[in-house]
Design a protein around this ligand. Structure first.
Ligand code: MN
Length: 720
């Protein structure tokens, strides 16, 4: 067969479909020019290969763009014509097809590994083919390469045969393209097991005449009985594929005589009803073998295959299989997914706007309980719901990772040591960032260095918990000191950000909450990522605020008490009728010299001094009446000083506290304590404790403070 443009043109013109011959010719011309002077191993011009691939696709009734892409499928890979040229001249669609075929051609196919590996590669190829036509072109490409494999050196033949057997034939099967699948397998098995397949061919040859006669007899017997069906059905007789017999003999260990379906007769009719009619007639003529009947019409195979299968025995005692199907089913059986273009696509073959795999989804929905539905579902799952990405090592091993994974995840998935010593990585030969999201089909080359070590921020970049666990384990093991200081630093930073002070006992409380009995272990855990600081911060803040609220309250009441008891114990108060009695200033009203005062005889604590206008005095009960006693300020108390607290509310502004302290300093009152905080309404609250000698001095100061700009109120505190 000489594949020329004339031959292709002829086939196109003979086709029922309307092809854009001009576009196809232009694609041919570009490819012909690009491959000029290059020859195949067979000695033929290189262009014969793309033409042959286009012819195969034409047989599948693929559309114009697919034919164009087929003609140019090796141009980008093998010549210096850039993809852009194709895009400009033939449009996005054709360019994407060529690009897709080029890319899946670059996937390293390591087929020496176990079946799972091959399965992963098949998924990748399907997933990478953003358009299923890419896979169909690739299958046609491989099919033609296999047809001409004899021109390649023996080791190439073996490698290609293995790939074809493990990767491409199963894909063809998945897509229901049984003609492609069988041809690929038959060519491959001859290369992979020349002796074994030769035995089978010889056995088949030996009985060829007998067999042909046998099939002819059966065909005519069937034809006689169904002669009333119009138009007359097609009846084909054949020997099953070499590889299907090979498998039964060598894999299932059956003897040649045991194989029921070496012979197969196929009856192709117009309608489904005729299928069942013919089945009845066949069972009437021949004796059916029990349990060998399969109704793939009622229950299609996941790859859309439909037919009735039955195995019967004729008068000669030889079993044979009969397949009964309609013409449409026959086309689907031959071309599988490609039949989609044959029937569904319009004349121009465009399927744009139609969701690819829709038909598969449709079948999945209808045939939930079909046998190997899971297989097909798996094969296309990567496309429908991309949970995982499939990436390669440079040797072609497949690593499956969840979507969103990075080179860190990849490195740790290969080996912990690879992750721990990684310095960077290349994808497709280019250095990439650590946070690069891996894509299906990426070939990842990890670079390591024996003195490299993981980085803490990998914990945030890595997607898989496996990788993070390994990174944490490394930090936990390798650098305790560093973890501690790293942990301490991040706590300090985080606390500062939240206006919190990391006191020792507070850190210990937090550590205990996380089940560490000392702060260092807690710091170390934060350091290596065992404790995620951001996850415990809210809790820490709550505890912190609660603690400080308590403390603030304690402090302020302590303060008043201190002012009342400690400082004023010696205060000059004379109690009527009693000398040297224990004096205590009531914290409810904080009397100062000059205040009108009264004493109350307590049980065991001497006399407590109140202001006369104190609420506790006014509200005192009748029964306590005798316990009130007159007291007065002793004279000459100038040298004594008392603490008094002023509560100031002011509009919050800068330098407010500076102005207050300056005012107090100008009045020569020593400040004992000052605190400030913001109130909920936005105003500032300054509480200042000053040392005063008398109530007059205090009142004068309060008057001055009230004049400070922005001050809303200033009051002496003490009323509880
Ligand atoms: Mn090719």
């Amino acid at each position: 067969m000489l594949y020329t443009i004339e031959y292709l043109t002829e086939k196109i013109q003979a086709s029922e479909k309307a092809y854009d011959l001009e576009k196809i010719t232009a694609a041919y011309e570009l490819a012909n020019e690009a491959h000029k002077g290059v020859k195949r191993s067979s000695g033929e011009p290189y262009i014969t290969h793309p033409i042959a691939v286009a012819c195969i696709l034409l047989e599948f009734c693929m559309d114009t763009d697919t034919i164009c892409a087929a003609l140019m499928h090796d141009v980008v890979e093998d010549t210096d014509v850039p993809l852009d040229t194709i895009r400009k001249r033939f449009g996005e669609d054709v360019a994407n097809l060529v690009d897709g075929v080029t890319k899946i051609g670059q996937v390293p196919l390591n087929t020496t590994k176990e079946e799972q590996q091959a399965e992963n590669i098949r998924k990748i190829l399907i997933a990478m083919s953003k358009d299923i036509r890419v896979i169909i072109i690739k299958l046609a490409d491989r099919l033609h390469n296999m047809r001409t494999i004899m021109y390649r050196p023996p080791e190439k033949q073996r490698k290609k045969a293995l790939e074809t057997m493990n990767i491409y034939a199963p894909i063809a099967h998945r897509l229901g393209m049984s003609a492609v699948k069988e041809e690929m397998e038959d060519i491959s098995i001859k290369i992979l097991d020349p002796y074994g397949s030769k035995m089978i061919e010889e056995m088949l040859d030996k009985h060829k005449e007998q067999r042909d006669t046998f099939i002819d007899i059966i065909k005519s017997r069937i034809r006689e009985r169904i002669s009333d069906i119009q138009p007359p059905p097609t009846i084909e007789g054949r020997v099953k594929s070499v590889y299907s017999i090979y498998k039964k003999v060598y894999v299932k260990g059956k003897s040649f005589d045991e194989i029921y379906d070496i012979y197969a007769v196929r009856v192709i009719v117009q309608t489904v009803i005729e299928c069942y009619n013919v089945l009845g007639i066949i069972h009437d003529i021949f004796k059916p073998i029990p349990y060998r009947f399969k109704d793939y019409i009622a229950t299609p195979k996941p790859n859309r295959y439909q037919s009735l299968h039955t195995t019967v025995i004729g008068r000669e005692g030889i079993p044979f299989e009969v397949q009964i199907r309609t013409y449409e089913m026959h086309n689907t059986a031959q071309y599988g997914i490609a039949a989609h273009w044959k029937y569904k696509a319009g004349l121009t073959g465009s399927v744009a706007g139609e969701k690819r795999f829709d038909w598969i989804r449709h079948i999945l929905e209808q045939q939930q309980d079909a046998d190997d539905i899971d297989q097909l579902a798996d094969a296309i799952k990567v496309d429908l719901a991309p949970d995982d990405v499939y990436v390669f090592t440079p040797k072609g091993d497949v690593v499956t990772l969840p979507t969103g994974s990075t080179i860190i995840d990849f490195a740790y998935a290969i080996h912990t040591q690879v992750g721990n010593t990684m310095t960077g990585a290349k994808v497709g030969g280019r250095m990439i960032r650590f946070d690069y999201r891996l894509k299906t089909g990426d070939i990842v080359e990890i670079q390591t260095s024996s003195n490299a070590r993981p980085n803490r921020n990998w914990l945030e970049i890595a997607k898989t918990s496996e990788a993070r666990a390994k990174i944490r384990a490394w930090f936990k093991r390798e650098c305790r000191e560093e973890n501690i200081s790293e942990g301490r630093n991040s706590i300090e930073l985080e606390f500062r950000r939240n206006n919190m002070i990391p006191t020792e006992d507070f850190i210990l409380e937090l550590a205990n909450l996380q089940h560490f009995d000392n702060a260092d272990d807690f710091y170390a855990a934060i350091g290596y990522g065992g404790v995620i600081l951001s996850k415990i911060m809210q809790r820490a803040k709550d505890i912190y605020n609660a603690r400080n609220a308590d403390k603030a309250q304690e402090e302020s009441s302590d303060e008043i008490l201190a002012a009342s008891v400690t400082k004023r114990r010696k205060g000059g108060v004379i109690v009527e009728g009693i000398d040297n009695c224990l004096i205590k200033f009531a914290k409810c009203c904080n009397p100062l010299p000059g205040d009108d005062i009264i004493g109350f005889i307590t049980r065991g604590y001497g006399v407590s001094v109140h202001k006369r206008d104190c609420v506790n005095v006014i509200n005192s009960s009748e029964s306590e009446k005798e316990r009130w006693i007159n007291v007065m300020w002793a004279g000459g108390t100038e040298s004594e000083s008392y603490n008094a607290t002023i509560d100031i509310i002011a509009e919050d502004r800068t330098a407010l506290i500076a102005d207050i302290t300056a005012t107090i300093a100008a009045g020569r009152l020593p400040i004992r304590q000052i605190s400030a905080h913001q109130l909920k309404n936005g105003n500032g609250n300054v509480i200042v404790t000053v040392e005063v000698a008398s109530v007059e001095q205090l009142n004068a100061m309060i008057g001055r403070i009230r004049k400070i700009q922005g001050v809303i109120s200033a009051e002496r505190t003490g009323i509880v």
